[in-house]
Design a protein around this ligand. Structure first.
Ligand code: E4P
Length: 219
């Protein structure tokens, strides 16, 4: 499973990139809006910090403007993936961009039919939203599971990127259904690396070793 970090905050991206576990980044207009006015500089920095795929979302609305902005975003760096929200009027644009070899991440996916439609257009990533679907009583993990089934059953090349992850349990659950990629908010990443029994175990090893009164392990 690939692990992406779900933020536009450069300090947090640097901190987690240094662990070596981060394969990419997802940003969106909401996370980017928290990083101040210079969005281009922020995005270029992120593309330099992380070598893997960096999703950058279009903010234009009209289909032809979305197409042009997608091309501009794609020129920013070699590891850019252009993020486009699902909409019927964007399907021709998505088909055109995919045909032209632009890597795309189709976002705000809430149903299996949406997964099938954009997978048929040959997009690189499809992002089902777990947390937001659960907020309205839907089955977010079921959606990821259905999405994995659809791409395998119909031999489609798109990767399923589990998004809108709110808890470590969400992460465990999307792993269990075999999601190709998960994008994790820094808070979930931070929570995931702490286990009380690991901390307790280290403490016990330290105590036992110190009780021996020996300085060097190998001499
Ligand atoms: C990532 O690509 C999505 O934009 C993000 O996971 C959305 O998360 P949220 O529903 O917590 O805002």
């Amino acid at each position: 499973m690939k692990i992406f970090i779900d933020t536009a905050n450069r300090d947090l991206i640097k901190e987690w990139a240094a662990t070596g576990i981060i394969d990419g980044v997802t940003t969106n207009p909401s996370t980017l809006s928290k990083e101040g006015q210079n969005s281009k500089e922020v995005l270029l920095d992120i593309c330099r910090i992380v070598k893997g795929d960096v999703s950058i979302e279009v903010v234009e609305k009209e289909p032809e403007a979305v197409y042009k902005q997608a091309l501009e975003i794609a020129q920013l760096a070699s590891n850019v993936v252009v993020k486009i929200p699902f909409a019927k009027e964007y399907l021709p644009v998505i088909a055109r961009l995919a045909h032209e070899g632009i890597k795309l991440n189709i976002t705000l996916i809430f149903s299996p039919v949406q997964v099938l439609l954009v997978a048929k257009l040959g997009v690189t990533y499809i992002s089902p939203f777990i947390g937001r679907l659960e907020d309205v009583g839907g089955d977010g993990i079921g959606l990821v599971s259905d999405a994995m089934h659809i791409v395998h059953e119909y031999d489609l090349s798109s990767k399923i990127l589990a998004a809108s992850i709110r808890t470590v349990d969400h992460w465990n659950a999307v792993m269990a259904v075999g999601a190709d990629v998960v994008t994790l908010p820094p808070a979930v990443l931070a929570e995931s690396v702490v286990h009380p029994l690991t901390l307790k175990g280290i403490e016990k090893f330290d105590q036992d070793w110190l009780s021996l009164g020996k300085k060097n392990l190998l001499s």
